[in-house]
Design a protein around this ligand. Structure first.
Ligand code: FAD
Length: 584
């Protein structure tokens, strides 16, 4: 386990298909967890969706308790605190399945991802013993309260204050938090305040303590069934022992919880997007126009195939990341009082991957639900059809857990910071590429070559940017954003391809063919976007002869033999239509 990939290594190294985790590697236990979690959503959540949307009193708590009874709240909690200490793949499976559950996703995620995890990572033994067992059963509900009216993306500019009382026994909190999931049903807030105006610190706050109050529920565009409220702290007394982590180190609690939250949200989007495709293909098979099912029209087939290829790429990306995280956790000693911090450090190692999982999957989710509405025609605009809700529900995923703009800056800036500090051999990889380019780059003949082309374009662009701006790249946000897209594409394309190649090595050609087709669709239809983004970056940093030189060099990186992606899409759409649901 010593040569585990470091975070960001994927851009610099060749990865062997056998070394990544894929959906096809699920164990018997993973399949069992999948059946339990999806069964819960199908049997308990979907039938009450209308009540949930209408905010029926007590329903969220009821569902949380029911999911707790099935063991769906304690995946990340050590056994000594009442949890199940499951591997990261199992935790990902639960999040994927809950992803079919509409706004219950947020109730569940508020509890498990961002509520429980800060305590698991940074809580003391006593804090864990006090809260975790009842968080795992759902008897106590928790919420993560970071955002403030004036401090959203810039979370560290929080105004909430904590002052030590005169008798030195507690902190007195004053301030307001905004848009807090589960606020209306929470018993405990994991929140943040500045001690003496500058030491940003995490606190565990009893939601029923004197001075804690909440606003009425927000009226939202989607995810209407989840509770979202402002939370007010008005001279709230918080015992000293309820400081979570160290004084002045609240940012570690906040951001490490978000790494986990981003990864889990990416897993949620898989179940969500599959549901959107399933209802869309069912509709397309049933709905007839011009005397035939609309699923037989080329332009509808194209949509179904693109939706499926995106979901396939989402699954490949997220489960590869789950495998990376699990291997990392397995390689460390996570026992003892500081075990949680070690797990947090594992997530931090893969912060780039967690952020790109979040950006990629949430944007795919938006595209999948949007095409789902289009397939439904006018009926897609009518709330009787589930796709209407799915479309509305999907929008917020690009906003919370760090907006996708913020996550794009995390992807690029973290990777560059690690490269410049020598944590990953970025400069060496750029120098290698330059040597290869001097020797001449061959035409790219297949999807593997195109994945390499994507990595080369990323490295070439990084090289040009480092030459131009050095460490100051971060100041050029539009460039940082485009570069993040290129880096993200490299990971996603590679994950899609490695999964198909792994399946091909294990199974016969026939059963791997659908995966190969979906990987090819994804890679061949996105590689030009990568190239164009790099061109835009070059045009922003050079002109005249230097620009011509950069364009010419860039051009050598992407000479490729095209593929008939229209035919590939027809095959994929055929498989999806025959199954009447997503298959891979
Ligand atoms: C339904 C819902 C549930 C939520 N649940 C929770 C929760 O449980 N706990 C919690 O703490 N928070 C929660 N949030 C808050 C959420 O995390 C924030 O809304 C989000 O972080 C963005 O903050 P903001 O809304 O203040 O937007 P702003 O930060 O004001 O951003 C506005 C726009 O400016 C962009 N922007 C800001 N800074 C930059 C920058 N440096 N570079 C480029 N662009 C930038 C943003 O990307 C965005 O497009 C929730 C929000 C919603 C809508």
């Amino acid at each position: 386990m010593n040569n585990l990939p470091k975070g960001g290594d994927f851009l610099l190294e060749q990865t062997d298909p056998s070394s990544i985790f894929t959906v096809e590697d699920f164990s018997q236990e993973h399949h069992m967890i999948y059946r339990t979690a999806i069964g819960f959503v199908n049997d308990k959540v979907l039938p009450v969706m209308n009540d949930l949307e209408a905010k029926k009193e007590g329903l969220n708590k009821e569902l949380l308790l029911a999911s707790g009874e099935l063991g769906l709240l304690g995946a990340d909690v050590p056994e000594e605190y009442g949890g199940y200490d499951l591997d990261k793949v199992s935790s990902c499976i639960i999040a994927e399945c809950i992803g079919k559950g509409g706004s219950f996703i947020q109730t569940h995620g508020g509890q498990t991802s961002i509520g429980i995890v800060p305590l698991v990572f940074f809580g003391t033994h006593e804090q864990k013993l006090q809260y975790l067992p009842e968080f795992v059963t759902g008897e106590l509900v928790t919420a993560y309260a970071l955002t403030e009216p004036g401090a959203g993306s810039d979370a560290l500019s929080a105004k909430t204050k904590a002052v030590l009382s005169e008798d030195g026994k507690h902190y007195v909190l004053n301030g307001a938090k905004q848009f807090i999931t589960n606020a209306g049903i929470a018993d405990v807030f994991i929140t943040f305040a500045k001690i003496d105006g500058d030491k940003f610190t995490a606190f565990i706050v009893d939601a029923h303590a004197e001075g804690v109050s909440t606003s009425p529920e927000e009226h939202k565009m989607g995810i209407k069934g989840s509770s979202t409220r402002s939370v007010y702290f008005d001279d709230v007394k918080v015992p000293l022992e309820n400081v979570l982590g160290e004084i002045g180190k609240g940012h570690l609690v906040a951001f490490n919880a978000l790494n986990n939250g981003r990864f889990k949200m990416a897993a949620n989007t898989i179940g969500f997007a599959k549901y959107a495709l399933d209802v869309s293909v069912e509709y397309a098979n049933e709905r007839r126009q011009f005397n035939q099912p609309i699923a037989e029209f080329g332009l509808i087939k194209e949509k179904l195939a693109d939706m499926a290829a995106k979901i396939y790429a989402m699954e490949s990306t997220v489960y590869r990341t789950a495998g990376l995280l699990e291997n990392k956790v397995q390689s460390m000693d996570v026992s003892g009082p500081d075990g949680g911090r070690v797990v947090a450090a594992c997530f931090d190692e893969y912060a780039v991957e967690c952020s790109l999982n979040k950006v990629f999957t949430t944007e795919c989710l938006g595209q999948v639900t949007d095409e789902g509405v289009q397939i439904h025609g006018g009926y897609g605009y009518i709330s009787e059809y589930p796709i209407e809700r799915l479309y509305r529900d999907s929008r917020v995923y690009r906003i919370f857990e760090g907006t996708n703009e913020i996550n794009r800056t995390v992807i690029t800036n973290t990777l560059i910071r690690r490269g410049l500090s020598g944590q990953i051999p970025l400069k060496e990889a750029i120098a290698n590429l330059q040597a290869q380019m001097a020797a001449g780059i061959s035409v790219r003949n297949d999807a593997s070559d195109l994945v390499q082309a994507c990595k080369d374009i990323a490295l070439f662009t990084l090289g040009a940017l480092l030459e131009k701006y050095g460490k100051k790249i971060a100041q050029h946000e539009e460039i940082v954003g485009k570069l993040a897209d290129i880096i993200m594409s490299a990971f996603v394309m590679e994950s899609a391809l490695l999964r198909a190649r792994k399946a091909l090595a294990r199974d016969c050609q026939d059963s791997a063919q659908l995966k190969i087709n979906m990987a090819n669709i994804f890679i061949y239809s996105n590689i030009n976007d990568v190239f164009n983004r790099a061109k835009e970056i070059m045009a922003a940093i050079a002109d005249g002869e230097r620009l011509a030189e950069l364009y010419s060099d860039l051009g050598t990186l992407l000479q490729y033999t095209p593929k008939n992606t229209i035919a590939l899409r027809q095959e994929v759409a055929g498989a999806i239509s025959s199954a009447n649901k997503y298959v891979s």
